[in-house]
Design a protein around this ligand. Structure first.
Ligand code: ADP
Length: 497
């Protein structure tokens, strides 16, 4: 495997951890209980820092601060232009501190530093600029109702937004949530994932330096069943946005319904098909299918985790997919040229190894990988299975790791049926030069995103979200704004002169 051998002595990140307390009402504070929990370096399993463990009492305090900032404070009452200016200044600060932020993200999450520094953190700044651009362009309509009435709609912020995010793209998920909520004039309580609490504290401090008033954005670290559940079921939270697993999505939807019926957007799991048609250039298709699955250590909700390959090119594809996986450069994510770092934690690491064993036991052919990489930390060998059947667990469950499952198909009708035979509907990849094939697949696939001859293109303006059990609603783009707005109809009689 790879030229970069498992690194016994990890590189020391060029950043120190400056913020480990909850950010409530513009102040860094300890948890009410005084408790902390460790956040670990996935390269070694060693403790990076102890972070405040938020719970019910801290969520209550954060929601009170957000409530006050919404009801009395300046944020919804500020001009949209002023809000936009603060968000733009924040984006500038993100750029100025790009490398420290990227280093924190890599340290806490394990993702390649080059990926964080060159793609993800710049994208976070881009998202805040995108949403800053919306802030002063949100307005209602004049409605031509029957009768003698002047009718207009006001698009108002919904109130206090509760947001729960996962660990795979800590700051991108923060930007997808906080950006539209603040642009629309809401205030926010965000709960970060327990695996990756560090970067959100750091950047939220910068947001306050950019002029964000206190109480507008509150950041609570802590665990799901305690802090997360308290936020989802809070009576004073007006809207909930969640990204995470489908099972937890069901839990938070129920908590929201049982408490105050707050509307919920959900961005959940996936088992996205990547369909390689018979006319494909095999080398290109192999490279893209490899990227679609292995990007970010395979920890993407939209990962192309069912690679369907037409029977005419199947054997050649397998040989090349195997060679590509073996060439993948695994190692310390702070090293240059690294394609794959460790998985985020021991739980994910063990779960992925269980799925690999299940693939072997269920009769799929192990072409590459199949075990841990090195002896330390949560690294896994890039793994490829061929001869995968639709009813195997590795073809049905979201593995969330570097495990590619390759399946053979004969014709379009068959692959459409098989691709759609899943409870998920997040995304799909289609690889073909034939426009008719592309059109047929695009319309037949029941998914929120179809990438044709590309994958994981995540522009700020492109909506993202799922069909079926991959979620409710859309994030990014113009569609994301409606998640954070109420529509008020205003009716006034028209008097004759
Ligand atoms: P994963 O299994 O990938 O960690 P989860 O869906 O469990 O995904 O986690 C995503 C986010 O949801 C995290 O911030 C986590 O703390 C939170 N979470 C987990 N369980 C609950 C819960 N019962 N209520 C609210 N939030 C939760």
């Amino acid at each position: 495997y790879s030229t970069a051998a498992a690194v016994e002595e990890p590189i020391v990140p060029s950043v120190s951890v400056s913020h480990t307390q909850l950010l409530i009402n513009g102040q860094f504070v300890d948890a009410a209980s005084g408790k902390t929990f460790p956040t670990l370096d996935p390269r070694t399993g060693e403790v990076i820092a102890h972070v405040a463990e938020g719970d019910v009492e801290d969520i209550n305090r954060a929601v009170s601060a957000a409530r006050k900032a919404f009801d009395e404070g300046p944020w919804p009452k500020m001009t949209a232009y002023e809000r936009s200016r603060i968000m733009l200044r924040f984006a500038d600060l993100l750029e100025m501190h790009n490398d420290e932020i990227a280093a924190l993200e890599t340290w806490d999450n394990g993702k390649p530093y080059e990926q964080a520094a060159k793609a993800e953190i710049p994208m976070v700044a881009r998202l805040f600029r995108y949403y800053a651009g919306w802030a002063d362009k949100i307005h209602g309509l004049t409605v031509p109702a029957d009768g003698q009435h002047h009718v207009q709609t006001l698009h108002e912020p919904i109130g206090v937004a509760g947001q729960i995010i996962p660990w795979n793209f800590p700051l991108l998920m923060y930007a997808w949530k906080v950006g539209p909520a603040l642009a629309c004039g809401n205030t926010v309580v965000i709960k970060t994932a327990e695996q990756t609490p560090l970067s959100a504290f750091y950047v939220s401090k910068l947001f306050h330096e950019a002029g964000l008033p206190e109480g507008v954005l509150n950041v609570v670290s802590g665990f799901g069943p305690t802090a997360g559940a308290a936020l989802a079921s809070h009576m004073n939270v007006d809207k909930l946005a969640f990204t995470g697993s489908t099972d937890t999505g069901k839990v938070v939807l129920e908590l929201a319904a049982r408490s105050n019926l707050k509307p919920v957007t959900l961005e959940l799991g996936g088992k996205s098909p990547f369909i390689v048609c018979e006319d494909a250039d095999v080398d290109q298709a192999v490279e893209l299918a490899h990227f679609a699955l292995f990007f970010n250590q395979g920890q993407c909700c939209c990962a192309g985790s069912r690679t369907y390959v037409h029977e005419r090119i199947y054997d050649e594809f397998i040989e090349k997919a195997k060679a590509r996986a073996i060439k993948r450069v695994v190692g310390d994510p702070f090293r240059g040229g690294i394609e794959q770092g460790p998985q985020v934690d021991s739980e994910q690491f063990e779960k992925i190894l269980r799925y690999i064993r299940s693939g072997i036991e269920s009769g799929a052919t192990l072409e590459a990988g199949g075990d841990r990489f090195g002896t330390k930390g949560y690294y896994i060998q890039p793994t490829v299975f061929s001869n995968v059947k639709d009813d195997m667990l590795i073809a049905k469950d979201e593995i969330f790791g570097p495990v590619q499952s390759i399946l053979k198909f004969k014709d379009l009708g068959e692959v459409i049926h098989r691709a759609n035979s899943t409870r998920y509907g997040l995304a799909a990849g289609v690889f073909t030069q034939n426009i008719d094939t592309a059109n047929i697949l695009t319309r037949a696939l029941r998914v929120g995103t179809v990438w044709i001859n590309c994958f994981d293109v995540f522009d700020a303006a492109i909506p993202f979200g799922g069909y079926k059990m991959s979620g409710h609603g859309r994030e990014k783009g113009i569609y994301s704004l409606s998640n954070y707005l109420q529509v008020k109809a205003v009716v006034t009689p028209l008097k004759n002169p």
